[in-house]
Design a protein around this ligand. Structure first.
Ligand code: ADP
Ligand code: MG
Length: 234
């Protein structure tokens, strides 16, 4: 018990320090991003000695942009982790949030060879939720699913309206998890990925708890994983 408490305190301290670092990084990063955009615009009108040179210049800037985007996302996650979000709850059609997130991720999912199947409840799933935060939850879960299906696969998103709750199940046919991994996935900073932050699921869980909801998971190594998002009905 005391040990668990100490670990929680350590995590909180690490969280605060990382948030500080993330904060320091955010402004310069956003200025780098803006300047890269300006350079991209300038390149549109620049004259290069050869088409090859022009292509190379664009590729380099493209790579910088992608890394800036990635770092921005990571720092935002660190900051979110340290400042627990206060959701503004409103009746929200969960189907629409899912549709918008899928639309946003479509290209990435296609490139990864992930087929998406939607199993929608007959009754529209209206939940009491903060739309922006809910988007964040689904984006994180979708990304994890894609990262677990490196050779492609199927992602099934099923909505269900229960007496008091709306439940969304996201089932992937990815690599799954062992018991040992499964027992730690909600810990902040726990990751099995080389470039993971280990913050995605911790943030999702925090968001859902603040909604009076819940995030849970079932997984089988080699077969796949299902995440259940539970939210109070509107
Ligand atoms: P990150 O994605 O940065 O590693 P997360 O908090 O999003 O951090 O996830 C923590 C860990 O949970 C991942 O590193 C991975 O081991 C495991 N995980 C999460 N989602 C899935 C999934 N859909 N399939 C298999 N493993 C998963
Ligand atoms: Mg993740």
């Amino acid at each position: 018990q005391a040990e668990a408490l100490m670990r929680a305190e350590q995590l909180a301290a690490v969280g605060r320090i990382s948030a500080q670092v993330a904060h320091e990084v955010r402004n310069p990063l956003s200025s780098i991003g803006l300047n890269v955009e300006l350079m991209q615009d300038a390149f549109e009108h620049a004259s290069f000695d050869s088409p090859d040179e022009a292509r190379e210049a664009r590729e380099i800037l493209g790579a910088v942009t992608r890394e800036v985007d990635r770092l921005t996302e990571v720092t935002e996650q660190y900051l979110r982790m340290a400042r627990p979000p206060q959701p503004s709850l409103e009746p929200t059609d969960v189907t629409e949030v899912i549709a918008s997130v899928l639309d946003f991720s479509r290209e990435e999912l296609e490139r990864a060879g992930v087929e998406v199947v939607r199993e929608l409840s007959p009754e529209p799933p209206h939940a009491l939720a903060d739309e922006g935060q809910l988007r964040q939850v689904f984006l994180n879960l979708l990304r994890n699913a894609r990262e677990a299906m490196l050779d492609g696969g199927r992602l099934t998103i099923a909505t269900q309206v229960q007496t008091r709750d709306v439940v969304v199940a996201l089932r992937d046919t990815g690599r799954g998890m062992t018991e040992a991994v499964l027992s730690r996935i909600f810990e902040p900073f726990f990751t099995t990925k080389e470039d993971g932050t280990g913050l995605g699921l911790a943030v999702c869980q925090q968001i859902l708890k603040a909604h009076g909801g819940e995030l849970s998971c079932q997984s089988e190594p080699g077969r796949g994983t299902t995440f259940f998002v539970r939210l109070p009905r509107a």
